[in-house]
Design a protein around this ligand. Sequence first.
Ligand code: ATP
Ligand code: MG
Length: 370
Amino acid sequence: MADIRLLNVTKSYGKHRVVEGFTIEIRDGECFTFLGPSGCGKTVVLRMIAGFEQPDEGEIFIGERLVSAPARRHYIPPEERRIGVVFQDYAVWPHKTVLENVIYPLTIQKVAKEEASERALKTIAMVNLGGLEHRMPFQLSGGQQQRVALARALVSRPDVMLLDEPLSNLDANLREEMRFEIKELQKNTGVTILYVTHDQEVALAISDRVAVMGTDGRICQIGTPDEIYEQPIDPFVFRFMGVSNFLPLEEREGRLFVRESAAALDHPIPAGREEAVRKGRLVAGCRPFDIKLMPPGRGTQGVVQRSSYLGPIIDYAVTVGGTELRVQQSIAEALAGGGPLPEGSTVGLHFPDLKWFEQEGELTQAGGAA
Ligand SMILES: Nc1ncnc2c1ncn2[C@@H]1O[C@H](COP(=O)(O)OP(=O)(O)OP(=O)(O)O)[C@@H](O)[C@H]1O
Ligand SMILES: [Mg+2]
């Protein structure tokens, strides 16, 4: 197996610089995810690692092997990089059976027939397609076709698997199921996985580490799913990881208020954020479930603008000063408090889990993941 290293990689198309000085190290045997908005350069980076694209500058290593170094005119083609690749659209050959699809890379590598057949059958079983070896792709579901693509990428025993949104064409249930399967494959084979997605839920579920990329192709933060979710480095990362609220704050006589409002926050000025407070740029972030609803008169005062029933949860829009917040409460909690709050009612808000940021640009409220 192998690690993957990119050192100062730059790639442009015409005048558009997709990535610049892109440096990252993916460890041997880990499941690493590039998470970022559409168009930020995830696929371009993955294609450079695979060898389908050449960087303009920089170096790429897979294990100890230098595979791309334009300055030295050094380039190892994809078929010699010991990688397996799976893309979003099920790229299986429609006129070949499952077995023929999976065995194909071994035939190309001139692996002896008997061994090839044995390895292909074993890999097919590994992706839970045992018994379907002789089906044609049109007789398979989308999820099953994507498993064929996974098996075909795995059968050559690659050091590295590059997966580009392999689940995004699948329905929600299947997507969830296959997440676990990919994780299981990684455990069973020890293969290094680089996974590319704009779906933060998938990234959190399968990754050992995640790199969040910004729209400009830069890496904003690298960390474990827990670090990225619990300690986002800036509002962009926070917003990207799920539905988010931002409360712009200011200080008056030693207390924090929602900016330009009478709504006081029952929280002291956070340590280390005095500078942001002084500049009038302190912002608190919180998730809909991290806001507790209380009777009016306690906590920060807000007004319920909208209340939506979403099965197990109630989703509210609550204004505090000029700021609208998304607040969520479990049905059990709502019932314990006397039922869902009617629209127009005044409510108290408590914020037990705030993330503190210094605002740089404009804030967009209540965004979901992009
Ligand atoms: N062959 C190409 N020629 C010109 N521009 C390209 C080419 N390939 C990609 N780009 C541009 O590079 C940028 C990054 O594209 P990329 O496909 O890596 O985005 P992405 O992060 O994978 O997005 P998505 O989540 O939508 O798949 C985009 O602005 C895209 O238009
Ligand atoms: Mg892409």
